[in-house]
Design a protein around this ligand. Structure first.
Ligand code: GLN
Length: 447
């Protein structure tokens, strides 16, 4: 813990942490130390872990990197936090992220951008940018993020880490600040596949507080890593043919495919013709859900309140106008629009139908393949400030990650070395629902 405290101090300029839990982490470490001595320590004993600042931890501040929640102290812990602590992990602090997890560069955070440790002029990715940089720069051993449309996988890819988004419903969302509830999922950012496996083992599984969590048995993922049986792998043809794809990323993925073949796996190129519909469907549905989820921030129940308002309506309006940042407001507006009476059928309902089509198509593909390969991102980490004023460019960059989110399937981002400028490159693997073991085993054998 001392080592990580020093690392955090040395790397303060990266802006990865919104707060370091010096006191509670030290207390917990002492307790774990005693348990280790007594031989009663849990499965995560000694794992120093950071949590994204949208995951509630009792008696600690949680802000979703928004002014709206500045100073808000959570009265209870998320299920994932409870599970970490019950297995003797040490939670070292809360990590910077895009405001309410809306963004892909960590630049929408009220607390400012996080810098990529590989190059301080580049973004960390987002929304779990702090989580990725904390692992990249060795400020903690591993980190929790949340992934609604790529927020664990994309920053992991930009920072050379392993980012796992489990199946929707694999991990409880209780105590996780909601963005789009039918997409949100807690995920892990780690520097080894075995850390991802042991964490998933601890975090996954039924929870009385969240009825969307599956009762599917939780496999022994860590033991399962030994399984290296050959897999049937599909490559989404159009994703590698896309003009937007960086040539270094394309080439490293092509090399990885050759390596997988030589390891005895079957790899086939498969056409996926719905690529153009992914980003539109994702942004119609997630903004709709967000506009509903964020209606609770009214200046009365939580966080920021305007003190000059003379009527209730004014109080709502002023508190929300002051508390939310620009990107969050844009999404509330968009979401309210697509849900409005006159446009519901044309946008929201249509997007739901498209989501179903995409899901059916992927399920069909995954009935004959164990795994699916695509890039995680079209480019390596871009410059801080480069895209932030162009929301459409930002949204389009999510093209490869939102597929797993729309369909609820698990996906992992794995690092494939760096380009000539030292920026990490990566590849994405997806599997069928509850196929995390396939993702983890193949990644483990491959890396
Ligand atoms: N970049 C995507 C978005 O802004 C993903 C965010 C996320 O997964 N939380 O919606």
């Amino acid at each position: 813990l001392d080592y990580y405290f020093k690392q955090i101090e040395k790397n303060e300029h990266l802006n990865a942490f919104n707060e370091v839990f010096f006191y509670s982490a030290a207390q917990q470490a002492k307790l774990v130390q005693e348990k280790i001595t007594a031989g009663t320590a849990g499965r995560l004993a000694g794992m120093v872990i950071g949590i994204k600042d949208n995951i509630c931890y009792k008696d600690h501040q949680v802000t979703a990197s928004s002014k709206m929640l500045e100073g808000f102290v959570s009265p209870y812990s998320a299920t994932v936090v409870e599970r970490l602590i019950s297995e003797d992990a040490v939670i070292i602090g809360r990590l910077n992220c895009d405001e309410f997890a809306m963004g892909g560069s960590n630049e929408t955070s009220y607390y400012g951008a996080v810098k990529n440790a590989a190059d301080h002029t580049k973004v960390a990715g987002g929304s779990s940018g702090g989580s990725a940089v904390a692992v990249q720069a060795d400020l903690c051993l591993s980190a929790l993020g949340t992934d609604t449309g790529g927020s664990v996988r994309q920053p992991a890819a930009f920072c050379g880490c392993i980012g796992l988004k489990p199946t929707y419903g694999r991990i409880s969302r209780y105590g996780v600040i909601a963005y789009a509830s039918s997409f949100d999922q807690v995920g892990t950012i780690t520097s080894s596949v075995s850390d991802a496996a042991i964490l998933l083992e601890v975090l996954a599984g039924a929870d009385d507080h969240d009825s969307t969590v599956s009762k599917h048995v939780v496999p022994a993922y860590l033991d399962g890593l030994k399984n290296t049986a050959p897999k049937r792998i599909a490559v989404l043809k159009e994703t590698l043919e896309s003009d937007a794809l960086d040539t270094d990323i394309k080439e490293t993925i092509l090399k990885a495919i050759e390596a997988l073949k030589s390891q005895g796996h079957t790899v086939e190129y498969v056409s996926f013709d719905l690529l153009d519909y992914l980003v539109p469907a994702y942004y119609v549905l997630t903004t709709a859900e967000a506009s509903s989820n964020l209606s609770r921030y009214d200046g009365v129940h939580y966080g920021h309140r305007n003190l000059e308002a003379v009527s209730l309506n004014e109080l709502y309006k002023q508190s929300r106008a002051e508390g939310f940042g620009e990107e969050v407001k844009r999404r509330i507006l968009l979401g309210t629009f697509v849900l409005s009476a006159g446009y519901y059928d044309a946008y929201y309902q249509k997007a739901q139908q498209v989501r179903r089509l995409i899901r059916e198509k992927m399920e069909e593909m995954l009935s004959s393949f164990d795994l699916v390969i695509s890039p995680v991102t079209p480019t390596p980490a871009f410059n801080i400030g480069e895209n932030i004023d162009d929301p459409l460019v930002m949204y389009m960059a999510d093209i490869f990650t939102v597929l797993a989110s729309l369909t609820g399937i698990p996906a992992i981002a794995i690092p494939l070395g760096n380009n000539n400028n030292g920026l990490p490159l990566s590849m994405q693997l997806m599997a069928r629902h509850f196929g995390e073991q396939d993702l983890l085993s193949l990644s483990h054998a491959f890396l």
